[in-house]
Structures are given as structure tokens and as C-alpha cells.
Design a protein around this ligand. Structure first.
Ligand SMILES: NC(=O)c1ccc[n+]([C@@H]2O[C@H](COP(=O)([O-])OP(=O)(O)OC[C@H]3O[C@@H](n4cnc5c(N)ncnc54)[C@H](OP(=O)(O)O)[C@@H]3O)[C@@H](O)[C@H]2O)c1
Length: 331
């Protein structure tokens, strides 16, 4: 089997983790039904955590992170996939405790694999990746709870990040009025270019935070950061509105009274992409390739070679990421 390049994270003495590119062989990969030549991967916050030794994500090192992969089947012992099929793998255990997509090859169970839907290239699929898939699930859940394009403004926190920027672009594409909340005010022109109608700085948004209910201003919200931002969103959402929660870059704790729920009927909706059931997973991808396909996907992403994933993951852990990083993984 051909050799391939992989991002390799090792623990050194004293709990220090180092990251480098190594050459590997497919015999090194875990057992599984489908061997895939990975053409593109992408960077997600979970990869940054794995690459920096977070044991909540990855228990054992050395390890190859990468929760996303898009490529072509090389060999399959499951009849659902044949050599040459273009496929996507996102989430499940990929890149957590299974060697991940920041490599030229992966081997995974067949039920982790999704056929590449018509309407997307492998590269498009990784511009979307887990971040876009998470944003799409968030929009789906808002729709289910009656937050529709005519309902009023929808807020997105962590707006320049992967999930946040995709949510801004997707909501705008679907006709919502989007308010982007960001710690990077200087990125306002780009946020407007991808679809934000309004941009609020994080500091400005965080004022007036002490009261149990704030004046209602959002029909709904996609929260990507957790902590105090999520608490503020819940307290400032309109009666019967809904707020999705997927992330915790600002902290895992949520301090909020029951008043938004019992006085305004606000819904808090949890989003979990890694273990999304297959029927919903395939339907989300079908939408992302069809009616929900963002016309300007390229504006959301920068393409980088595998070597540049290392500094990009370091920037991500510092909260400096902007948009999506698509990673070229082939030699
Ligand atoms: N539940 C799921 O299934 C799921 C799936 C995907 C991701 N996630 C989670 O969603 C979050 C975002 O992931 P991502 O891949 O989009 O990461 P990302 O690209 O690194 O984006 C995170 C963004 O959050 C903002 N941010 C960073 N530090 C912050 C802080 N201390 N306080 C407030 N905002 C801060 C920044 O945007 P601004 O500067 O624009 O504010 C940053 O760009 C992560 O917690 C990730 O684990 C969950």
C-alpha cells in the first residue's frame, strides 16, 4: 500500500504536546470496513483541542486528529461502497480516538461513511465539513421551532469562526436577517460580504448582562461560544423564540434563571453533530448540496496544505480563526 502523510501529535515528558507531519502506511491504520484516500480535510475546534492534548477529546497519543475527511474509496468489504466512490466522513469517532482525516488515508466502519451527494465536489464538502453540518443542523432546528425568515433578526455568536461564519452565510442565503456577533470587529466587511445585515462587537453585546430578562431583540440565535454569551441570548430572545447551542469556546457553564423559559417560552436547542443519526445526517447533506447550497462557498474558506494545518490549529486554540480552513491531504 502507498505511504501517506499524516499530522502526528505526540506527548513529551511534562505534558507537552508536539505536532509534526510524518509518513505513514495504511497497515498502521485501525481495522475497518472502508479504506479511503483522503483528498481534503478541514479544521474544526475539536481538532485544535485534540492537537493540543485535550484528553476529553483524545485519550491516547500519539494520534492523528481530523474529524472531517472527503475522498475516494480505495477498498471496501461492505457492499454499500465500491472502489472509486466519492465519500464524506464527518464526526463519529473520526479524529478523536480513531486516526483522523488530517492524513492521506483513513479506515473506518461503513456506517460512518456518507456518499458524496450530487451537487458537491469533495472540496465543497470540506468547506462545509463538521462546521457547516453543525450550522445546518442548527438552522434546521430553528425552523422546526418556528423561527423562519420573516420572524425577525437571528443572532450568531462566534461569527467569524467555522460554525459561526457558515451559519451567517446559510441563514442569509435562506432569507433571514442575520446579526453577527464577533470579537473581531475589524472583520465586519467580510461578515457583511458573507451575509450579515448587522455586526455587533462582543463587548457591545455583553453589556447590560446582569438582569434576569433583557429587552427582547432576537427571533432566534445560533450560539457557537457558550458561557455568558449564551445566557445573554436566552435572556434577549423574543417570546416563543429559539436558541441553539453547540459550542463552549467561552466556557462550558451556563448561568441563567428559568425566566426566559417560563415567561417567554424560549426554547434552548442542543446540537450534537458527531452522533447525528444517519437518516438526518444524509438529509442535512442532501440539503447542503441542493436547496441550502451556498452560492459563494469559496468566500468562506482558505485552502492550505497539510503542513500549514499545524500553525492554523495553534491560531484556532487562541480564538484567532477566521472562516473555514480546507486542508489538502494528498502527497
Ligand atoms: N456540538 C457540536 O456538534 C459541535 C460541532 C462543531 C463545533 N462545535 C463547537 O462549536 C464551537 C465553535 O467551533 P468552530 O469549529 O467554529 O471553532 P472556531 O472556528 O475556532 O470558531 C470559534 C469562534 O468563537 C469565537 N471565540 C473564540 N474565543 C472566544 C471567547 N473566549 N469568547 C467568545 N467567543 C470566542 C471567535 O469568533 P469571533 O472572534 O467572531 O467572536 C472564534 O473564531 C467550539 O466550541 C466547537 O467545539 C460543536
Amino acid at each position: 500500500m502507498p505511504k501517506f502523510k499524516a499530522l502526528w501529535v505526540e506527548e513529551q515528558t511534562g505534558g507537552v504536546f508536539i505536532r509534526r507531519i510524518v509518513e505513514r502506511d495504511s497497515d498502521d491504520l485501525p481495522d475497518g470496513d472502508v479504506l479511503i484516500e483522503v483528498h481534503y480535510s478541514s479544521l474544526n475546534y475539536k481538532d485544535a483541542l485534540s492537537a493540543h492534548g485535550n484528553r476529553g477529546v483524545t485519550r491516547a497519543y500519539p494520534h492523528t486528529p481530523g474529524i472531517d475527511a472527503a475522498g475516494v474509496v480505495v477498498a471496501s468489504r461492505n457492499g454499500a461502497f465500491r472502489e472509486g466512490d466519492p465519500v464524506i466522513v464527518t464526526g463519529r469517532d473520526l479524529g478523536m480516538n480513531t486516526a483522523g482525516g488530517l492524513a492521506g488515508m483513513i479506515r473506518v466502519p461503513a456506517d460512518w461513511v456518507v456518499p458524496l451527494p450530487d451537487g458537491l465536489t469533495l472540496r465543497d464538502a470540506m468547506i462545509i465539513g463538521t462546521a457547516g453540518f453543525t450550522a445546518a443542523q442548527s438552522v434546521w432546528r430553528l425552523e422546526e421551532h418556528g423561527v423562519l425568515p420573516g420572524s425577525g433578526a437571528v443572532a450568531v455568536t462566534g461569527a467569524t469562526g467555522g460554525v459561526g461564519s457558515f451559519a451567517v452565510a446559510l441563514l442569509a442565503h435562506l432569507g433571514y436577517r442575520v446579526a453577527a456577533i464577533t470579537g473581531k470587529r475589524a472583520r465586519e466587511p467580510w461578515l457583511r460580504e458573507i451575509g450579515a445585515a448587522e455586526v455587533l462587537g462582543r463587548e457591545e453585546f455583553m453589556t447590560d448582562a446582569a438582569r434576569p430578562l433583557l429587552s427582547a431583540r432576537w427571533a432566534g440565535a445560533v450560539d457557537c461560544v457558550g458561557g455568558e454569551a449564551l445566557s445573554i441570548l436566552l435572556r434577549s430572545t423574543h417570546r416563543r423564540g429559539a436558541v441553539t447551542t453547540c459550542g463552549m469556546v467561552a466556557g462550558p457553564e451556563l448561568h441563567v434563571s428559568v425566566f426566559p423559559f417560563i415567561l417567554r417560552g424560549v426554547n434552548l436547542l442542543g446540537i450534537d453533530s458527531a452522533e447525528c443519526p444517519n437518516p438526518m445526517r444524509r438529509e442535512v447533506w442532501r440539503r447542503l448540496a441542493g436547496p441550502w447550497k451556498i452560492p459563494s462557498l469559496d468566500a468562506l474558506a482558505t485552502e492550505i496544505p497539510l503542513e500549514e494545518a499545524i500553525p492554523a490549529l495553534e491560531a484556532m486554540i487562541r480564538g484567532e480563526s477566521v472562516g473555514r480552513r480546507v486542508v489538502r491531504t494528498r502527497l
